[in-house]
Structures are given as structure tokens and as C-alpha cells.
Design a protein around this ligand. Structure first.
Ligand code: SF4
Length: 624
């Protein structure tokens, strides 16, 4: 084993076989870690024809190359698989402590396949790995499971677990880490549930191995200098995603309100970051080695929801239980957040199905008979909370239907409900309305996992609508590798890219400090060009993954809510998404993809993906 790049852990849950192998250094350097490893292995191990909820679907987990290191905010890990929600490329990114411990335990990749005969959990104690009966945990919520496992194994174990939603194969189920951090997206929790795998508990007694410690710590010291006086980062720490994003998006007239029917919520002041600080915020907390501490920790002490204690809410969650369903009761939002965490649900897609069902009720497409007595009138948070429970347990017609996510639910409901279904390739987009910030939100259309906001960004992205499309696309593309790199390194995008005071600080962190950290940690001597190339390689690879499945330009679209309905009021009144075709063309061209969005032969060769090229051709994909 090369301790600086970690081992691979293979577990076949059908046979119970556990195998540990050294990570191949060439593979390691080419794909770096985290999303690089999961995307590559997801391509390699999951064939074109595959039922995502079958034992054959491989779940790959990878902390980033720097996860668990003394570098700030080195908390992230990625889970990659075929998504049961979308049927295509799927992954989810999580924080907390678990991924950092996994890397410190000596693993840079975990590959899970098969299905256990009965519920099990996996115990990872440094390099000692074992599988155990989890029948006493099955049916428990994520908090109970975490507490029971920590009581059994010791408080030093960090726990990643599914809740009842994952057990019940709800396609919007996530994996909950350390109680309130989620690897949320693409239904990864349902894949874990389909394997009868309840939880993975990890303890790391060893420190993160560093090839050149002195050099590494010099780079960390430089990070500290940059962060200590960063006013924007401090503001983010105080207000979190809820405070910063809800304010900004409301100003633009683009905060998802009532299933994106509107862009400003009249009750915003009752549910925003300042309202939280005044009424319920107890403290802010942070993930592994993160001085930014952007996580909210909130408590309700009186009223109907007294006793609710929750890590949150994030902006997306506040929209899911707030403006998205027309609810201005902040305590109810906290209750919904807690419920979703305990049941193990992705609050973005959960918000998607809640808002969708409320709109269908508004339009008479869902009736009282369909809802079995639930009054889905906008603002009725009691109904929303009950619906969350029904979804997690797939109870009744509506619970069962919405457990498929927005797209699947629309297919079941029929009656032209797809017209009001806001999703891209089956995944619910973030709360920022695509009509309002058009160039930037093109990301929803082209992300490999569907309506995703986390793969494409750039400084000044909100102002790109003022530029000619080609120029705007060039700018976004020029930043794509930088925005990808944190996913490979296992560091958090917030302090490294999104919330720095200046572009120069982002560049200093990503193009000078990260190469230093990676080189000194692994002993590979890499420069920024090599890292940028590796990051772009992963983007091409993910594109090829979906191309193999048959996805083409016709699939890179936005829902009719954005392309056909003009925004009815507010600062963005009258706006509709009308630049899809030209921006898509420019995006493909910029990447070296053909007019259908398939990476060209030359692009695949340039990025060292010759085997992917051969594989695509073997599958009958025309590669130009
Ligand atoms: S900035 Fe927030 S999400 Fe990112 S590592 Fe720190 S606490 Fe976690």
C-alpha cells in the first residue's frame, strides 16, 4: 500500500467477501479522488443495461484526495452509482466527519456490490473491516441508528446511515452522515437500501498520511492567512446558505415560490436567515477541520413544534418546506427539516414533489380522493409534514406515487401533470429560477445528473446574461475545472470557491495552494495544469457515461415552467427561458463535443480516455 493514496475496499454483500487492495497510483493520479474515482468506477463497473435497484448496481464511495487532511474544510466524500431516481449517471456529495474518517482509516475508495440476505451494517475500524447483523437497526430513523451504533461501537465512530426512506427504496432517499449531513442526491439512499445495507460506521485512529508534512503545513498556513480576514466568508459563516442565497435570489425575483409559479415569496421575512437568527438559531457548527462553520443548529422552544432540534436549515430546505409550498411558518420548516433528516430524504427532491403535488391540487389534477383527505392548499404545512411521512413509508396512493420523484410521479399521475413537473432528467433543480439568471442556470440542462446546480459556476455568473452568449459560455467553461476540483480533492466548495471575497483569492486557493497540498500529501509532483486537466477529464467522462446510455442534445432541456411560462410578477416579470438552443450549441462546441453533445474522438484522446472511446464505439455510439 502507498499510504499517501490509500487502499481500495471491495465488499460483496451477497457473499460477504471483503477484500482490500492497494490503489493503483496511475489511476490515482489520473482521477485524483472523490468524484474522479466514483465517476470512473461508476462507468467501469456499472454496465449500460442495469436496474439501479438490483444487486448488480455498484455503489462506489470515495473521499477526496485531501479528505481527512489538516487542510481546511477537508470533509467531503462522493457516492457514485446508477441513479434509481433518474436512471442515468448519479452521484451525491456529503460533508460532516464520516468521509474524512474513511480516508484517515486508509481507504480512498469503497466498492459495494450485491445484496445481503438480511439487513447488515459495515464496521470500518482503520483497516479492520467487518459485516454485522443490523436487524435491530432496520426500521429505525437515522438519529436512532446513529445513537444505537455509537452506543454499541463507541462515540468515536462516525455513522453514515439510511433512514426508513432508503429502506423502503424511496427514489429520493439520501445517505445521512453524522445525523444531519446528507449525501442527498440521485436516490443513493435507495441503492443502499436495495443492498440491505443499513449503515457504515467508521473509526480512524491514525492521522492523515502526508508525504511532505512541512510543505503541506506551509500551504495550510497560507490558507489561514487568506481566510482569517475574508469578510465575505465571515458573512457566509454568520448567515449560511439560507441568509445569503434567499436574500440574493429574492432581490432578483428568482426564489422558487409555489413550484416556481412565482419568484418572490410574500412571507420571506418570516422564514429567512435573519428570522432564523432572531428566533431559533442556537449556534453555527462545522464539518471536519472547517473554521467557516456555516451549518445552522436550531431549536424550537415553544409552540406547536417545541422540542424540535435540528442541524439546519439550508436554503434549499427552507424553500422545500417554506416558499416552495407557500408556508411562512419557520418552526414548521425546522420540523420538516428534522423529519427529512430522520427519515433520510433529500430535501431538494422532497421539496420538488411537495410543491408539485400542491400545484396539482391547485389545478384540480389531484383531488381529495387522491390525497386521501390531505388538504394540499398552499401554506398547509400540516399536510406537507404528513405527506413527508407517507412518502418515506410509501403509504397510500400519493405517498407511493411521490416516492418516485417528480418525473416518476408525473408519469404515474398522467392527466398532463408533466406540464407542471419541474425537473431535468428526473432531478429537481435548486431554488434559483432558470428564467431569471439564464446563462448561469443553463447548468440545470447539461449536468450529467440532471437539474444540478453544483457542477458549473464562475465569478460574475449572475451577470452573464448581459454578455454575448459565446463570451458568457467561454467564461463559464474557463472556470469549470476550478469548480470541479474541490469534488476531486474532498474540500468544500463554499470556502474555496463560492464565498471568497475576491476572484484572486479563489485563484490563489485553487491554482496555487491546492496543487501544493496535493503534491505534498501524495508525493506526486503535480502542477495546476495537470490538476485542471484531470478535472476536465472527469467532466468528459461523465458526459460519455450518459452518451453510452443514449442521452443526446434532446435530453439537455429545461422544464416548460421555465421555457413556456413567463415570470408573472416581480423584478423578472415577463422573463422566459429562450436561449436554450444557442447556449447548448456554444457549450458543446467549447467542450469539444459534437452537435449531439457526445465528446468527439479527439476530445477523448486528448484527455486520455481512449478506453472510453473504444467502449462507446462497442456500444454503437457514433463518436465523430
Ligand atoms: S463551509 Fe459549511 S458545508 Fe462547507 S465544510 Fe464548512 S461547515 Fe461544512
Amino acid at each position: 500500500m502507498n499510504p499517501f493514496i490509500g487502499n481500495r475496499l471491495y465488499i460483496d454483500l451477497s457473499s460477504g467477501e471483503i477484500r482490500i487492495e492497494p490503489q493503483d497510483p496511475t489511476f490515482s493520479r489520473k482521477f485524483l479522488g472523490g468524484r474522479g474515482f466514483t465517476s470512473r468506477l461508476n462507468y467501469e463497473l456499472n454496465p449500460k443495461e442495469l436496474d439501479p435497484l438490483s444487486p448488480d448496481n455498484v455503489l462506489v464511495i470515495a473521499p477526496g484526495a485531501l479528505s481527512g487532511s489538516p487542510a481546511f474544510s477537508s470533509a467531503r466524500f462522493v457516492v457514485g452509482t446508477r441513479s434509481p431516481l433518474t436512471g442515468i449517471f448519479g452521484d451525491a456529495n456529503g460533508g460532516g466527519f464520516w468521509g474524512a474518517y474513511l480516508r484517515r482509516a486508509g481507504f480512498s475508495t469503497v466498492i459495494l456490490r450485491g445484496k445481503a440476505e438480511k439487513p447488515v451494517y459495515i464496521r470500518i475500524d482503520d483497516q479492520n473491516v467487518s459485516i454485522h447483523d443490523a436487524s435491530h437497526l432496520w426500521g429505525r430513523d437515522t438519529h436512532e441508528t446513529t445513537e444505537l451504533l455509537q452506543a454499541e461501537l463507541g462515540k468515536e465512530f462516525s455513522v453514515a446511515t439510511i433512514g426508513p426512506a432508503g429502506e423502503n427504496l424511496v427514489r429520493i432517499a439520501g445517505i445521512v452522515v453524522d445525523k444531519d449531513h446528507l449525501a442527498a442526491r440521485c436516490g443513493v439512499g435507495a441503492v443502499m437500501g436495495s443492498k440491505n445495507l443499513k449503515a457504515i460506521a467508521v473509526r480512524a485512529k491514525q492521522a492523515f498520511p502526508i508525504a511532505d508534512r512541512e510543505r503541506f503545513l506551509r500551504a495550510v498556513a497560507r490558507l489561514r492567512e487568506l481566510e482569517v480576514d475574508d469578510a465575505r466568508l465571515k458573512d457566509f459563516s454568520r448567515r449560511g446558505t439560507l441568509g445569503t442565497l434567499m436574500d440574493h435570489h429574492t432581490l432578483l425575483g428568482g426564489t422558487n415560490t409555489m413550484n416556481f409559479q412565482y419568484g418572490q415569496f410574500k412571507g420571506k421575512e418570516k422564514i429567512d436567515g435573519e428570522a432564523l437568527i432572531k428566533q431559533y438559531l442556537v449556534k453555527t457548527t462545522g464539518c471536519y477541520t472547517c473554521p467557516t462553520k456555516c451549518d445552522r443548529y436550531s431549536m424550537v422552544t415553544e409552540g406547536e413544534f417545541a422540542g424540535t432540534v435540528v442541524g439546519g436549515p439550508e436554503y434549499c430546505t427552507a424553500v422545500a418546506f417554506g416558499s416552495g409550498i407557500g408556508n411562512d411558518n419557520l418552526a414548521a420548516i425546522l420540523k420538516g427539516n428534522d423529519l427529512a433528516d430522520r427519515l433520510g430524504l433529500d430535501t431538494l427532491d422532497l421539496g420538488g414533489v411537495l410543491a408539485f403535488s400542491f400545484e396539482l391540487y391547485q389545478r384540480g389534477i389531484l383531488t381529495d380522493q387522491d390525497t386521501e383527505g390531505l388538504d394540499l392548499t398552499w401554506g398547509n404545512y400540516h399536510a406537507a409534514l404528513e405527506l413527508v411521512r407517507r412518502i418515506a413509508y410509501r403509504e397510500g396512493y400519493l405517498g407511493e406515487t411521490l416516492a418516485h420523484g417528480v418525473k416518476g410521479a408525473a408519469e404515474i399521475i398522467g392527466k398532463n401533470s408533466e406540464r407542471y413537473a419541474v425537473h431535468v432528467k428526473g432531478l429537481t433543480p435548486a431554488p434559483l429560477d432558470a428564467r431569471v439568471v439564464k446563462v448561469y442556470n443553463f447548468r440545470y440542462a447539461v449536468s450529467p445528473r440532471g437539474g444540478d446546480h453544483l457542477r458549473i459556476s464562475a465569478p460574475g455568473a449572475y451577470g452573464l446574461d448581459d454578455l454575448p452568449i459565446d463570451e458568457a459560455v467561454r467564461h463559464l467553461h474557463s472556470w469549470e475545472s476550478i469548480i470541479t476540483l474541490p469534488d476531486l480533492m474532498g474540500v468544500c466548495k463554499f470556502p474555496y470557491t463560492y464565498y471568497t471575497a475576491t476572484t484572486d483569492i479563489t485563484i490563489e486557493k485553487m491554482l496555487n495552494i491546492i496543487p501544493e497540498l496535493y503534491s505534498s500529501a501524495t508525493g506526486f509532483d503535480v502542477d495546476k495544469e495537470e490538476l485542471m486537466e484531470a478535472a476536465m477529464r472527469v467532466n468528459h467522462l461523465e458526459r460519455a457515461y450518459n452518451a453510452r446510455l443514449g442521452l443526446r442534445a434532446k435530453d439537455d432541456i429545461l422544464p416548460p415552467r421555465f421555457t413556456e411560462d413567463p415570470m408573472p410578477e416581480g423584478p423578472a416579470k415577463g422573463k422566459v427561458y429562450d436561449i436554450l438552443e444557442p447556449i447548448r450549441e456554444a457549450w458543446y462546441r467549447q467542450h469539444g463535443w459534437d452537435e449531439e453533445g457526445v465528446p468527439t474522438r479527439q476530445t477523448l484522446i486528448d484527455y486520455g480516455l481512449e478506453d472510453i472511446l473504444e467502449d462507446l464505439e462497442r456500444h454503437g455510439v457514433t463518436v465523430k
